[in-house]
Design a protein around this ligand. Structure first.
Ligand code: 1PR
Length: 552
């Protein structure tokens, strides 16, 4: 790519969010991009990409603190192109139900919260934008990027609702349907192009769209008279996620390992840690095979200080250069103090390090259990002290996943336990017909007196945006997911639930989605051992009429 195309291309870094993803996506396209981090940088900019991750209020307040609001408004007034992404689109409106801070009011309207009584919220997943307006000639080539074959990645609880025939709709480019609500998924007005979805995390479709903006987008001063298309059929798809459990092996290298009911040592080979490959190489492979997300779990981080675990941060940095779908990282996300040096890190500082290294979501395991226990003890009162509350305040709940490691505890009679017990078709060792699901910490090593329903409902109130639901009983078994566990959790919360542990073939994915109503399915062993590929899994799901983003 010639430097003239890239010249003057800037990325607005207001210090709250993962700018690395956009940076890497632009560089992978062969362009150069510089950071705007000071008001004077706006003068040099010819095109700006304005990525937004996190909450509306935090984005506005961070920009205020850095004195970026006035220069941004002047930049927009000067008719130079701007590409707003997600919260970078939302702040262009007058305000949001998410915050009392006013927006930039470039566009009329308020960003509102999805209604979670009928569907999982946040909306997390891949779906297609639907063009609702005839576009001007200069934008006709954008149409090829906004067809119903182009899936983009959305992650948000708030959106600008689409109101048909509203007088301001001349700015609407595409809309997207999320169950019963239709919202604006992209706008195009004069010098502004903005999307609710994340092109930098939308694989090839997203990279093409960014490339279009960088190479071809010019301000459009005249729009043809509105001519709306009303065939809005897009619907969210089910996600297929590849998970890598990462730890040091006995030689000290970070490897992808895999447990059998959480035991990652191979008894037939001198008790060595199983080594199933290198994390970055596997992540790249899964991206190319069509994974909708990749997850890294640093499974022994409870033993050490994750911020000193720079190899894990290096893995993320390296993977984010070639993996353009969302990456989640878990392991050791909590408040940390180092007794040797006296240093202290807040949970947000620990999360910052992971986000800056390229993570899009962080996953909290043990610390979520302790937070839920405290929340229940305090009569369901939030006091702002938990890692979930603190990180979701800054990055938004959609960036906070809670990873649950439950195991079955069998009872003869539901009244013999204070915990939520279900009747089960998988009988216990003494032929018991009931069980409850006990939450554990430290990689399943310690059982706690809290069940999965108590944990799931508490962490939702504390601000988690998604649940990664493992099962110690099913982990590594290839015998299918624990459908009873997934159904129980799904019926207890309104946030999305990722089914994990036990996948042995694609029909297990179908059952988790179709029977247990999981929002996404995750597997490790079958993908690492090449028993089933991600594309085969997706083809199978599509053949069963499950809406999935086709593998690329
Ligand atoms: O407690 O915040 O430090 O987080 C630690 C994280 O590491 C937690 O998310 C916990 O689930 C994970 N973890 C800890 N120990 C293990 C272990 O295996 N010994 N891995 C572990 C959990 C479960 C899944 C696995 C699925 C799918 N692994 O990640 O990938 O079960 O496997 P399958 O498809 O092969 O059946 P914290």
């Amino acid at each position: 790519m010639s430097d003239s195309v890239s010249e003057g291309l800037y990325l607005l870094d207001y210090g709250a969010g993962n700018v690395r993803s956009v940076f890497n996506a632009v560089e992978a396209l062969g362009h150069k991009i510089s950071l705007i981090s000071h008001p004077s940088d706006f003068d040099k900019a010819k095109k700006i990409i304005f990525p937004g991750v996190g909450s509306f209020g935090h984005a506005i307040e961070s920009m205020k603190k850095k004195n970026l609001i006035q220069p941004l408004l002047e930049y927009i007034k000067s008719n130079r192109p701007l590409f707003g992404i997600c919260v970078g689109m939302q702040v262009l409106f007058e305000g949001s139900q998410e915050s009392d801070s006013p927006g930039l009011a470039i566009f009329p309207g308020t960003v509102t919260k999805f209604n979670d009584s009928s569907k999982p919220v946040p909306h997390i997943g891949w779906t297609t934008p639907v063009l609702v307006q005839e576009l001007p000639e200069s934008l006709s080539s954008i149409k090829s990027h906004l067809t119903t074959d182009s899936f983009y990645y959305f992650v948000h609880s708030y959106a600008v609702p689409y109101i048909e025939n509203h007088k301001n709709l001349y700015t609407v480019n595409t809309v997207t349907k999320y169950h019963d609500e239709t919202f604006i998924s992209s706008i195009c007005s004069n010098n502004i192009f903005a999307t609710q979805f994340h092109p930098e995390k939308s694989g090839k479709s997203g990279l093409n769209l960014l490339d279009f903006f960088i190479k071809h987008f010019q301000p459009i001063n005249t729009f043809p008279s509105p001519k709306f298309f009303s065939n809005i059929t897009s619907q969210p798809s089910s996600r297929v996620i590849a998970c890598m459990d990462v730890r040091s092996n006995d030689q000290g290298d970070l490897v992808v390992t895999k447990g059998d009911q959480y035991d990652v040592r191979e008894s037939s080979q001198n008790n060595q840690v199983r080594n199933l490959g290198k994390p970055v190489e596997l992540a790249k492979r899964y991206y190319l095979e069509g994974a909708d997300e990749v997850t890294f779990l640093n499974i022994t981080s409870f033993r050490n200080i994750p911020l000193n675990d720079t190899p894990m941060l290096d893995i993320l940095k390296e993977a984010s250069k070639s993996v353009f779908v969302p990456m989640t990282v878990g392991g050791g996300i909590r408040a940390i103090s180092n007794p040797q040096t006296g240093e202290n890190w807040s949970p947000v500082q620990v999360a910052d390090a992971y986000f800056l290294a390229g993570a899009d979501k962080i996953s909290i395991g043990s610390d979520a259990v302790y937070s839920a226990e405290k929340f229940i003890k305090n009569n369901l009162t939030k006091d702002g002290s938990s890692s979930i509350e603190q990180i979701s305040f800054v990055y938004g709940s959609q960036a906070v996943v809670v990873s649950i490691d439950p195991r079955r505890v069998y009872v003869d009679n539901p009244s013999s336990t204070k915990h939520h017990a279900i009747q089960t078709s998988i009988k216990g060792p003494n032929n018991e017909s009931y069980c409850w699901f006990q939450c554990t910490v430290n990689g399943g090593r310690e059982g706690r007196d809290i069940d999965v329903v108590e944990l799931a409902t508490s962490i939702q109130i504390l601000g988690a945006g998604e649940i990664l639901l493992n099962s110690i009983d099913k982990d590594g078994s290839n015998s299918g997911f624990d459908l009873e566990l997934i159904s129980l959790v799904k019926s207890s919360v309104s946030i999305p639930v990722i089914a994990s542990s036990g996948a042995g073939n694609p029909s297990h994915f179908y059952d988790a989605i179709n029977i247990a109503k999981a929002d996404a399915v995750l597997a490790a062993g079958i993908f690492h051992r090449n028993e089933v590929s991600i594309s085969e899994s997706k083809q199978y799901l599509a053949s069963k009429n499950i809406n999935v983003r086709p593998a690329i």
